[in-house]
Design a protein around this ligand. Structure first.
Ligand SMILES: Cc1cc2nc3c(=O)[nH]c(=O)nc-3n(C[C@H](O)[C@H](O)[C@H](O)COP(=O)(O)O)c2cc1C
Length: 186
């Protein structure tokens, strides 16, 4: 089984990317987490470009989501909301409506911010847009506040409470995937 991990941060030392790597360590042996690392190359969504000849990066994003059994998204919070590049990727992956890569796809949202609250507004908005796109979003949240104190110098998570919350989220996502009518062959 394959989960696609999408970090909403383009930053090299992103806390959100580290959070996805921490989630990867909690997966059962038969579940693989692949980190999607091409978010920066996805062009701005333009309906005029959304044709049979769509930009290669957008096609690749759609294929990566389509062929995954589930998606796990880690979002920072930018000005109380989702970073633009992540929302843009969701917009590409949400079309064509009802037959898109995200339609019916099991999804979970986690998030980290350097502020107190752990990107809870961004996570709520991301769950909303994913649901609007037709994804099957599990109702959980992992809010990693003060993110610059939660990882060691090697990027490993050092907070056991957060690890426990991550494990619960992963478990719920796998349970949702197990009930999926759109299971993708391994
Ligand atoms: C443009 C911008 C806006 C931000 N707005 C918020 C915000 O509204 N709330 C918050 O908690 N942190 C905010 N931050 C701080 C981010 O949470 C912090 O940079 C975080 O580490 C980004 O995630 P990353 O480490 O995965 O890149 C903002 C950062 C930037 C660059």
């Amino acid at each position: 089984m394959r989960i696609l991990g999408i970090s909403g941060s383009l930053r090299r030392d992103s806390h959100n990317t580290k959070l996805l790597r921490a989630a990867e360590e909690l997966l059962p042996p038969d579940v693989h987490l692949e980190l999607y690392d091409e978010l920066k190359s996805v062009p701005p969504y333009d309906e005029d470009d959304d044709t049979d000849d769509s930009p290669a990066a957008a096609v690749h994003l759609r294929e990566a989501i389509e062929t995954a059994d589930a998606v796990l998204l880690a979002t920072p919070e930018y000005n109380g909301s989702i970073p633009g590049q992540l929302k843009n990727a969701v917009d590409w992956a949400s079309r064509p409506h009802r037959v898109s890569a995200l339609w019916g796809k099991p999804a979970a949202v986690i998030g980290a911010s350097t502020g107190m609250f752990g990107a809870v507004w961004a996570q709520a908005e991301l769950r909303k847009v994913l649901k609007t796109a037709g994804a099957r979003v599990v109702e959980t949240e992992v809010a990693v506040g003060k993110a610059d104190s939660r990882f060691d110098e090697d990027g490993a998570l050092v907070d056991d409470d957060i690890r426990e919350q991550l494990a619960e989220t992963v478990e719920l996502l796998l349970a949702e995937t197990a009930t999926s009518p759109r299971l993708v062959a391994a």
